[in-house]
Ligand binder design. Sequence first.
Ligand SMILES: Cc1ncc(COP(=O)(O)O)c(C=O)c1O
Length: 377
Amino acid sequence: MNLTTLETPCLILDKKKLKNNIQRISKRMATLGVNLRPHGKSAKNIDAMRMALEGQEGGITVSTLKEAEYYFEQGIKDIVYAVGIAPVKLPRILRLIKQGAEITLLLDSTQQVRFVAEAAVKEGITLPVLIELDCDGHRSGVTLEDDSLIAIGTLLHETQGVSLKGVLTHAGESYQCRSTEAMTAMAEQERSCAVACAEALRHAGLPCPVVSVGSTPTANFAEDLSGVTEVRAGVYMFYDLVMAGLGVCREEDIAVSVLASVIGHQKRKGWVITDAGWMALSRDRGTAAQPIDQGYGRVCGVDGAPLKDLIVSGANQEHGIVSDRNGEAISWESCDIGTLVRILPNHACATSAMYDRYHVVDASEEIVDTWYRVNGW
Ligand SMILES: Cc1ncc(COP(=O)(O)O)c(C=O)c1O
């Protein structure tokens, strides 16, 4: 079976690129002397995760309970659920723990400590917890200056049903950096924030064995990770146009693409119409704010090589509009109706989420496997 036998649109994963991407970061982490806790939210698939865990201690990160349940069923026990906790999530978490999973929770308020502890005590268990830190103003978390850091730490340490395991931060603002120097500086900001908060907890007589940081840009550009015990990253497995635009990877490193068919021509406008609209690509326009706007995706031939300056410049639900970003003429003879193209995504996690499986190739157009994804919550 090769790509020409597939019905479009569908999702293609190049195993060779996946492996290279994984090995590159694994080597970096080994050089920096720190364990990698891969994030399962990008691939949402055990085969990719097993590859990512080679040479690591074995723990993973997840962003949904569906991922936690799936990876646990596949034999992974040590799981950090790296999203703030709400009471409604606790029954599933407690069920997983009773089955043998080692789930660590994340929170950033004393209110959360109280309801987590109450639920855990009722079940007769103790839940390990990380305090979420805000290292860059990106999202949630407490800062070193907040009184709540020590207040949460103390409550976690003193309350039955919970235990203080450490601190966690994610430099999501690294996606807004515009140079490698800025990403290196952001990596240091992420590290120093986590280490300073860990030190403050220890200074207050509290335990803080885990100091967890990470995002794909900071994992790529960190020069020193002293004081950090683990790095989390997810999209590094696949990479995407946003990462290429940041200079974190090259376009040719991007391991996932959407296979689409040409379904029409709008010659007056210089448009090729495909069957990959935003349902196939997602509505993510992450490159819109970057120096090179890739529209809804970069268009490549079925062999994966970019086609001149073709991008998906517009998208309706089931139609993609392909045009040349510089307004150059289209070579109509090379894109007959039915011609296959491969579209590189802006954001690999968002595009992959539109599909339930990967058609896996290995540096060729031959399909070597089908890997399923665990979507939903
Ligand atoms: C808490 C947390 N850790 C790690 C990551 C991984 O970041 P990336 O996908 O840039 O590797 C994310 C991504 O959203 C995250 O939310």
